[in-house]
Design a protein around this ligand. Structure first.
Ligand code: ADE
Length: 234
């Protein structure tokens, strides 16, 4: 898989992909991640990437021309319809559809993902209308830009690439993959500050442990994310 990130703050990503699973996936050549400075695609001598909003209002808006030029060069396509099969061009913005595990699964199956980091008060709407395949928000809060959101999206998709996790089953057993939160985990010591690890986990009865974990996952989901239970057929 190839991932290209287009940003006006390339330095933001320094070190972001150099740890753990994401680093390993790059070393194993499962993914090639490149960060690009949007200013590379400006034509004027001030390398201007933003301008004042038509209709007035505060702040600056990212201009369409450099973003279109960046995506056209990185994808080799000149229109959205002409993207190669398996290419996704994503705009990170608070106006996008909310990022979920199932969207991460979908993106992880793509051959090429281009992530465009929005900034300032916004991005010229023609980018969302005519250039991108997906406009994605990582949650209902406003960040100062799409950079932190891009790191989240890259992390969530790279770990789903087959071979990226050491243990192939571990992506299947965790939170969200079956619509529930993960069950609680414990390690040594068996007693810490008066808090004991549940006896059942110390006993070695695998079927009972499985049942307990499922119950606990349900309880935790009920307590912290009842909305997930409404969506799920139990
Ligand atoms: N940019 C600003 N806020 C954002 C959000 N919640 N998700 C994605 N990109 C953003």
């Amino acid at each position: 898989m190839r991932i290209d990130i287009v940003t006006i703050f390339p330095e933001f990503f320094r070190g972001a992909f150099e740890y753990g699973i994401i680093r390993r996936a790059q070393v194993a050549e499962l993914v090639d991640i490149k960060v690009h400075d949007l200013r590379r695609w400006t034509q004027d001598k001030h390398r201007q990437v933003d301008d004042r909003p038509f209709g007035g209002g505060d702040g600056m808006v990212l201009k369409p021309e450099p973003i279109f030029a960046a995506v056209e060069e990185l994808t080799g396509a000149s229109e959205r319809e002409a993207y190669a099969e398996g290419t996704r061009v994503v705009l990170l913005s608070p106006q996008g559809r909310v990022f979920t595990q199932s969207l991460a699964d979908e993106l992880a199956k793509s051959a090429h993902v281009v992530l465009i980091c929005g900034r300032y008060e916004g991005v010229d709407e023609r980018v969302a209308e005519a250039l991108v395949t997906d406009e994605i928000s990582i949650g209902d809060y406003v960040l100062s830009g799409g950079e932190a959101a891009s790191v989240v999206v890259v992390d969530a998709i790279v770990r789903l690439i087959p071979g990226a996790l050491g243990n192939e089953t571990s992506a299947v057993n965790e939170s969200f993959s079956d619509g529930l939160l993960d069950y609680p985990h414990y390690t040594r010591p068996p007693e810490f500050r008066g808090m004991r690890v549940p006896d059942i986990l110390l006993g070695g009865h695998h079927a009972e442990i499985e049942r307990w974990r499922r119950e606990q996952a349900l309880k935790k989901t009920e307590r912290n994310r009842p909305d997930l239970l409404d969506e799920k057929k139990l």
